[in-house]
Ligand binder design. Structure first.
Ligand SMILES: [Ca+2]
Ligand SMILES: [Ca+2]
Length: 230
């Protein structure tokens, strides 16, 4: 629900509507405090460190900010510059970007564009928060889908995952490995994904598989231990 509130909470929507209808009136953006960096990383579609190159208006209530990408924790990793949209005033929960300045940007994707607002963790660059993001994406090497971390990918992994999720069974030693579909969330679909692939010709779990490797996509799950991979 926290994610929903940052994407389009009633408070954000009402503040934006009010600011649009009555630009001179004193409305304020109101939203819940953002979650810690690792959780915000999991919720966002794009998290990066960037340097503002240009700010230009899109329409009467929003701006487009072009940033030079310095480091990406989540999202497209092959882009030198990224454009992010935000409201053009604080009352509508717009982020106040300044040029030239570096930012940590937490954005979400909608209609082919990246958007951010002041209800996210987007802020001027903060080295300690960047270090927290580094730690969040660093994970031990593992193979996807092997929830019980025994080196094989089979029905026992689906059973193990269901046991953990619903029956009070042991926690997977590597949560990233148990996230069979790489959504960044552990749920029943991860067990179904393994069964679908094993027995019904469904899609193969995303990398890393079959070779050991770190999680290529940032999320808040992490991987404490995965003995089959060195
Ligand atoms: Ca296994
Ligand atoms: Ca999942």
């Amino acid at each position: 629900m926290a994610q929903l509130s940052r994407r389009l909470s009633p408070a954000v929507f009402l503040a934006a509507l009010a600011a649009w209808l009555a630009p001179g009136a004193a409305f304020a953006c109101r939203c819940l405090p953002p979650p810690p960096p690792a959780e915000a990383l999991g919720e966002s579609d794009l998290v990066f460190h960037g340097f503002v190159l240009a700010i230009e208006p899109v329409d009467e209530w929003s701006i487009r900010v072009e940033l030079q990408v310095l480091q990406t924790w989540k999202g497209p990793a092959d882009q030198d510059t990224i454009q992010v949209h935000t409201a053009n005033n604080g009352a509508a929960c717009g982020v106040f970007f300044e040029e030239p300045r570096e930012y940590l940007v937490y954005a979400f994707s909608s209609e082919g564009r990246f958007h951010t607002n002041s209800c996210t963790r987007t802020k001027p660059y903060d080295a300690s928060e960047a270090a927290e993001l580094d730690a969040a994406v660093a994970s031990a090497a593992f193979t996807r889908g092997d929830a019980n971390a025994d080196g094989g990918l089979d029905i026992a992994d689906a059973v193990f995952a269901v046991g953990f999720l619903f029956l009070g069974g042991p926690k997977p030693p590597c949560l990233d490995a148990a996230d069979s579909d790489d959504t960044g969330v552990l749920d029943l679909t991860d067990a179904i994904y393994v069964l679908n692939w094993s027995f019904l010709g469904g899609p193969r779990p995303p990398e890393p598989l079959p070779d050991c490797g770190p999680d290529p996509s940032g999320d808040a799950l992490g991987c404490d231990a995965f003995p089959p991979c060195p």
